[in-house]
Design a protein. Structure first.
Length: 757
């Protein structure tokens, strides 16, 4: 919305409210002009202090946006009649959006004007009249996220050789330039997770590029391979839409960062960056950047683990538990003379000296001097006792600090670890049935194609029938040439190996694999109810009991995968198929990986990426629990919580912003989403003590019998109406009338990498 735009009867002056409607999740995907048009159809309403805007159980028919004043949200318990204030709404907030998202429904709570308020409102009827003729607006621009992002390099980044000729260019030598680059990198949201040592190492690996006036630094559409740190100069940002001429949309000047997405993955540049003045920039390629970050991160982790291994009280921990503790540690630096802890204060942390020296005093008398490798305050892990001495830095010193609350959150009280360890909920493997062996014997030559179920950039999925048994299967074909070109050989082989060992009611079954000259094939269990994405698009947003059922399917699946040390890393509604019984099947295990601690490959769908993936600090099972939080939010709100049309801004929001919960979410839904979307992975539900069981025990799932869910005794909220095993109507939303792009012929690289397929 432009400053001074008219919204209903209100003129929004000079960005006082800014993008008023943009803050409403369901309108984020509308264009600026479409939001202005929508705002123009809204009506201004006023409510005096104490007035009722609407009551709980009233029919939901309007969306409201507060422009002035404050309201409170009151929930009445139907059983006890007790009324509880569950929230407040002030200027810029919105409520009642469920009226536009769902069919006929009732208000979940009452809204009272705490003081005189002014709102803008629109009815569902007016909304449909305005937007009903434009499907992209009516459906809020639901676009399938077919392919997630994936860094082409292998996890072993040390094996990557940089061939860029420019790598032999001028390096940074001036301390003033290093300080400028350090400050520039540190203030960029996508780099804020990096340690100081990592930033310094990055600076040591950049090299100079000095564009002259009119030179192009980056070109729209080209695959980005470098991140640029602009020391000085001014650049214009040019964007071309379709076949049109590129137009200036912004200007930037140093010091700043541009091209950050290249740090993460092979992404086409979304704009052209051209020098307006002679400039000085420094650049680093993605492979070097990621290698530097990983090597230093792993070195620092080894150092902390080495320190922790010397702490006698932590001897009962397993290596995995010790690694969890290490990830929860913080590194702090104090100046000489600063007090670390005081005698008599309650102990809440233990410290390990990484560098420097400390002075230990009791009653004002020096009793010891401790240096590198020594630790103090460890008794706080066992019990709350006053500090026995004062510890002061004898010089500038660096410490590894372990917060007691974080330790308890992760593993529970230390004294209990000796007798009881936190157990995850382990879902057993399905019992193999006689027909499983028959499915595995299906011959390639006996398969007949019935139709196309899906198509992507790497290949297609077709419904096929075995001519000897008349049984149907899904056949996924993947282009070998595409696999080689994108560096995904190890991923496709890992997908096969992983799926061969998965037997769970919420995981699609792999029966056999084949290959020909150009394609690799997966013979899969047919799941004919369509994607959860399509169902969500149809109803706009799920009611909480429906979202809870589908989320429980995914949680049960992840509990099973994690018990086998497998992380999934590609959760989204497009990868959840609805079976004939209405239950979900998780599909597409191309990003799945077996890990014991953590990994560094960047992969997943941008809207679902966890902060630690974006921050290049290594990730583990916690990224799956983050994605469950995103999924729950999307099912209830129709959009992901950090969505932005600008991918850079979306990544910044994921890393920095606290999730904003719409008013129509229940307190329990708000709680589980915020617990799963914890930025710090060591504080995230699913990672903390209890792991998967902690998620299952959350109040949002209260009353759900996980054993009965596993046995599928619950009636699903929706079942697809299928005429038979060959019915493909749930996939007919796709447009496959046109001939598919021809499969690129495979050019054998001579490595026989697919010999085991």
């Amino acid at each position: 919305m432009k400053p001074g735009a008219k919204i209903g009867n209100v003129i929004v002056p000079d960005g006082r409210i800014g993008n008023l409607l943009y803050d409403i999740p369901m309108f984020k995907k509308l264009s600026e002009d479409e939001r202005e048009e929508l705002g123009g159809a809204m009506m201004e309403e006023k409510f005096e202090a104490g007035a009722v805007v609407f009551k709980q159980n009233d029919v939901a028919d309007k969306l409201y946006v507060v422009t002035k004043g404050r309201a409170i949200v009151i929930f009445e318990d139907r059983k006890t009649g007790k009324k509880v204030e569950v929230g407040e709404i002030s200027e810029g907030d919105y409520f009642g959006e469920a009226a536009l998202l769902k069919g006929e429904s009732k208000r979940g709570a009452s809204i009272y004007a705490d003081r005189a308020i002014e709102v803008l409102s629109i009815t569902k009827q007016d909304y449909n009249t305005l937007l009903g003729s434009r499907s992209n607006m009516r459906r809020l621009d639901f676009v399938k996220r077919r392919v997630g992002v994936l860094s082409a390099e292998d996890d072993n980044l040390t094996a990557v050789t940089v061939t860029d000729e420019g790598a032999r260019g001028i390096k940074v030598t001036k301390d003033s330039t290093k300080k400028l680059l350090f400050a520039t990198i540190r203030t960029n949201a996508l780099f804020e997770k990096l340690e100081d040592d990592q930033i310094k190492e990055v600076i040591d690996n950049v090299y100079q590029q000095c564009p002259k006036q009119g030179d192009t630094l980056m070109k729209q559409g080209e695959i980005g391979g470098h991140v640029y740190f602009i020391e000085s100069g001014t650049f214009e940002i040019l964007v071309a839409k379709g076949e049109g001429e590129a137009k200036r949309v912004n200007t930037i000047e140093g010091p700043c960062v541009t091209g950050e997405l290249a740090m993460l993955h092979n992404a086409p540049r979304n704009a052209t960056v051209r020098a307006i003045t002679d400039s000085v920039t420094w650049k680093i390629d993605r492979y070097t950047f990621r290698r530097v970050i990983r090597q230093l991160g792993e070195s620092q982790m080894r150092g902390i683990l080495n320190f922790l291994s010397k702490v006698e009280l932590l001897a009962p921990l397993t290596n995995l538990e010790r690694t969890k503790v290490a990830e929860a540690c913080d590194e702090i630096t104090l100046e000489g003379g600063q007090v670390v802890c005081r005698e008599g204060d309650e102990g809440d942390s233990m410290y390990i000296i990484k560098s420097g020296q400390v002075l230990v005093t009791k009653g004002g008398e020096e009793v010891a001097r401790n240096s590198v490798g020594e630790y103090f305050g460890e008794k706080a892990l066992m019990e709350k006792v006053p500090r026995a001495a004062t510890v002061t830095c004898a010089m500038d010193s660096t410490f590894v600090k372990l917060d007691v609350a974080a330790f308890h959150l992760l593993l529970g009280p230390l004294d209990e670890i000796l007798v009881k360890r936190a157990q995850s909920y382990n879902v057993p493997d399905l019992e193999k049935k006689p027909e499983d062996a028959e499915h595995a014997k299906v011959q390639w030559t006996n398969l007949t194609i019935l139709g196309t179920l899906g198509r992507g950039s790497f290949g297609h999925v077709q419904l096929v029938k075995d001519s000897t048994t008349d049984k149907c299967y899904a056949l996924k074909g993947v282009s070998k040439q595409q696999i080689v070109q994108t560096g995904q050989k190890s991923h496709i082989l890992a997908e096969k190996t992983t799926m061969e060992h998965l037997h769970n009611p919420f995981v699609i079954r792999l029966y056999n694999t084949y290959k020909d000259r150009d394609l690799l094939y997966f013979l899969l269990e047919p799941v004919m109810g369509g994607e959860l994405f399509m169902r969500l698009r149809e109803v706009m947003a799920f009611k909480e009991d429906v979202a809870r059922f589908y989320a429980a399917n995914v949680v049960s699946c992840f509990a099973y995968l994690h018990s086998k040390d497998i992380i999934y890393r590609d959760l989204k509604p497009e990868n959840l198929l609805i079976a004939g019984d209405g239950y979900l099947k998780v599909v597409d295990f191309g990003f799945a990986k077996t890990i014991l601690d953590k990994t560094y490959t960047l992969c997943g769908t941008p809207e679902y990426l966890a902060p630690e993936i974006i921050g290049n600090i290594g990730h583990g099972k916690g990224v799956d629990w983050w994605s469950v939080g995103i999924l729950i939010y999307e099912m209830l709100a129709s959009i992901t919580p950090f969505y932005d049309q600008d991918q850079n801004k979306m990544y910044e929001r994921i890393v920095k912003e606290r999730v904003k919960i719409p008013v129509h979410f229940s307190p329990e839904a708000k709680s589980i989403i915020m617990s799963l979307l914890q930025k710090k992975k060591s504080a995230r539900l699913g990672v903390i003590a209890g792991e998967a069981k902690g998620v299952m025990d959350h109040p949002w799932f209260a009353g759900l019998d996980w054993g009965q869910l596993y046995k599928k005794t619950y009636v699903a909220p929706w079942k697809p109406k299928l005429a038979g095993p060959e019915d493909m109507t749930m996939f007919e939303d796709e447009e496959y009338d046109e001939e598919p792009d021809p499969i690129e012929p495979y050019q054998d690289d001579g490595t026989n990498w697919d010999i085991g397929f």
